[in-house]
Design a protein around this ligand. Structure first.
Ligand code: FNR
Length: 180
């Protein structure tokens, strides 16, 4: 049986280094792991409990459906203002009540041009994911500083240490929940 992972980039920018990194990680994946990409972050309404009634907005239903169908989730995100990008946090806020992250295997990768590798966004994201009962997998917390020096123009990871770290993350995230 294949393992279906959902990848989410926390950057809405066309030339995002985190989206490029997410795609490079997807390219590293091998069977039985298969990825799909969630790209609706920019279309979600701002979280408002008043809208979270009955079936809720269609965009939110779609996010919840894609999360529900996934065996695990890979998040690659920048840090903005020492925190999680608002659009990504907004998406997670929609999931607090519906619970699709409960017992979901998750890895969090933050990439940044700074030497800190987005450590504050990473830590903040873990706080939220723990609150909604996600399982942060072994080796599933990766901070990548100086991202521009670690990928080439073709979008491949050129830094060997980074690549090994991401392969270990991927091997861990690609294990199934059952049998643990
Ligand atoms: C940033 N950046 C940034 N980086 C960081 O490590 N910590 C931070 O707090 C911030 N804050 C921040 C605020 C704003 C308004 C901008 C525009 C940028 C830099 C950020 O990491 C860099 O622009 C990345 O390239 C953004 O990620 P993507 O879009 O390349 O994936």
């Amino acid at each position: 049986k294949d393992i279906h992972l959902l990848a989410i980039s926390g950057s809405l920018r066309k030339k995002s280094s985190n989206t490029a990194l997410m795609n490079a990680i997807i390219a590293l994946a091998a069977e039985p792991v298969r990825f799909s990409v969630y790209n609706g972050l920019g279309e979600l309404p701002h979280f408002n409990p008043d809208l979270d009634v009955e079936e809720g907005p269609a965009t939110v239903r779609e996010l919840r459906k894609q999360l529900k169908e996934a065996d695990g989730v890979l998040i690659c995100t920048p840090e903005y203002g020492n925190g999680v990008p608002g659009s990504l946090k907004n998406a997670l806020d929609w999931i607090v009540s519906s619970g699709e992250f409960v017992n979901k295997r998750v890895a969090v990768v933050t990439a940044s041009p700074s030497p800190m590798g987005g450590d504050k966004a990473n830590a903040s994201l873990l706080l939220t994911l723990n609150m909604i009962n996600a399982i942060i997998v072994e080796q599933g917390t990766v901070m990548i500083p100086h991202i521009a020096l670690k990928m080439n123009k073709e979008g491949a990871i050129t830094d060997e240490e980074t690549k090994q770290q991401l392969l270990a993350m991927l091997a861990s995230l690609g294990q199934s929940n059952s049998g643990e």
